[in-house]
Design a protein around this ligand. Sequence first.
Ligand SMILES: [Zn+2]
Length: 114
Amino acid sequence: MADIDEITTTDLSKFGYREIKLMRELIDAWMDQGLPDDFEDEGVQVMMNTNSGNVFLTNSEYQVVMMNGDKLKSFYNCPECGREGFKKEFEKDSDCEGCREIAGADEEDEERGS
Ligand SMILES: [Zn+2]
């Protein structure tokens, strides 16, 4: 299993042109929409996954927000089974307790921003 510190970087000099553009989208969405309610605004950093080329915001709680279409959305990682995705990808009737918790958490998130 690879070390997470080698996969992700906050060093902007390692970002390519494409990743800088993704970062600009994130910052624009942050300014327009604000951060999702369940994202703590402590120790916020722009981070890139050098494997996937994904660019996201993270914080001191290791929470993640990414662009989902033109919306800034929390991106979850199930601590039980390792499933990753936006909330709609987790099911309340999942066999996995961690997934159920993510699916049920923060019910009003969908209505935010409009
Ligand atoms: Zn799970």
